[in-house]
Design a protein around this ligand. Structure first.
Ligand code: NAG
Ligand code: NAG
Length: 349
């Protein structure tokens, strides 16, 4: 099942993994807004007092502007989707944007950000999804973006991983694992998510892509802490699978019940299986490409990186390389990883 999904994804991307995402038609949406955590962040944490920031080399080693605060070597998943949509420029971070850029899009994502307010508090500054949506509200009000336009934009959201990595599965200083069973915790997160999506919908969002949580138990960080240093952390993957199932139900619920909603679910769980990636030609999936100090998960500044970044699934001990991001971006755009709409269909009338 997983293999089949990725084999299909591979056929789609094989020719273009290492090339720029080429686009046949013009810009396919008037505007594009991005919300989420470090996987989507493009620099919003740079000026925060936070351990979750990466505006230093070797981050950005393959990005045209060098280190920008992106948690990878090159382009992120939303950067690549933007290219596939025909956007000429990268969507600016909220922290670095000028007010009028709210007419074409902003990126509000923040490393460490989660659905729960306390998530990642041990890392210092970060912006929760709730506060990201408040930033969006400020931005579109200030620029007076018309509602009609906001209804035509694409909204991409990737949130929830930190509520597991930097909360539920970090028993100090967090106590959620003592207060909730995995199914209760997933349910409590979905309640928060639903409320935030209602707010976003009230602000005009109609075409929304919700990215599920990947197999975070299989990241080098979680293999070390929850997999006994060997296989994937099974309890971690089992817990996020419950969240993902609820998230898919939430997407279907919005499509059925909420006026004008055109939501889609992007399956990063099946689309993110490390064994599958090996079959796609990735050679290393159990450690990051950059130099990582013992007990750390981010790259050590200015230290050597692996010889061929395209052979690695992971850039550091938790974030994917641009090569991996390209597989996901293409898979979500073409529809191999999405239910019920591909992102390409989502932006069509
Ligand atoms: C759990 O931690 C929170 C702070 O994050 C605290 O307010 C709460 O009282 C704690 N609950 C229990 C049952 O320990
Ligand atoms: C890097 O790895 C990719 C994938 O295995 C391969 O296609 C490419 O030729 C390699 N590049 C170099 C410079 O070895």
């Amino acid at each position: 099942m997983v293999e089949g999904t990725l084999a299909k994804a591979f056929r789609v991307v094989a020719a273009t993994v290492f090339a720029t995402a080429t686009v046949v038609y013009g810009q396919q949406a008037p505007c594009y807004f991005i919300f989420g955590d470090s996987t989507f962040d493009s620099g919003n944490n740079n000026n925060l007092q936070s351990k979750a920031k990466v505006n230093f080399p070797p981050y950005g080693i393959d990005f045209p502007q060098g280190p920008t605060g992106r948690f990878t070597n090159g382009r992120t998943i939303p950067d690549l989707i933007g290219e596939l949509l025909g956007f000429k420029d990268f969507i600016p971070s909220f922290a670095g944007a000028s007010p009028e850029q709210a007419h074409t899009g902003m990126n509000y994502a923040s490393g460490g950000g989660g659905l729960r307010e306390e998530t990642s508090e041990h890392l210092g500054g970060r912006i929760s999804l709730r506060n990201q949506i408040l930033n969006h509200k400020k931005a579109i009000k200030k620029a007076k973006v018309p509602t009609q336009r906001l209804e035509q934009c694409l909204y991409a959201i990737n949130i929830g991983s930190n509520d597991y990595i930097n909360n539920y599965f970090m028993s100090e200083p967090y106590n959620t694992s003592r207060r909730f069973r995995p199914s209760q915790y997933a349910y409590s997160l979905i309640i928060l998510y639903r409320a935030q999506l209602k707010s976003l919908h009230r602000l005009g969002a109609r075409k929304v892509a919700l990215f599920s949580i990947s197999q975070i138990g299989c990241t080098p960080k979680m293999i070390a802490s929850h997999g006994g240093g060997k296989g994937c952390g099974k309890e971690v993957n089992d817990a996020v699978a419950i969240f993902n199932k609820n998230l898919l139900d939430l997407v279907n619920d919005f499509n059925r019940k909420v006026k004008g909603a055109k939501f889609t679910y992007v399956d990063l769980f099946c689309g993110g299986d490390p064994l599958g990636y090996r079959r796609l030609g990735f050679k290393v999936g159990d450690k990051g490409c950059c130099t990582i100090a013992p007990g750390e998960e981010l790259c050590t500044p200015n230290q050597p990186v692996c010889a061929n970044r395209s052979e690695y699934i992971f850039w550091d001990d938790i974030h994917s390389t641009e090569a991996t991001n390209m597989i996901v971006a293409k898979g979500s755009f073409e529809g191999i990883l999405t239910k019920p709409y591909s992102i390409s269909q989502l932006v069509k009338e």
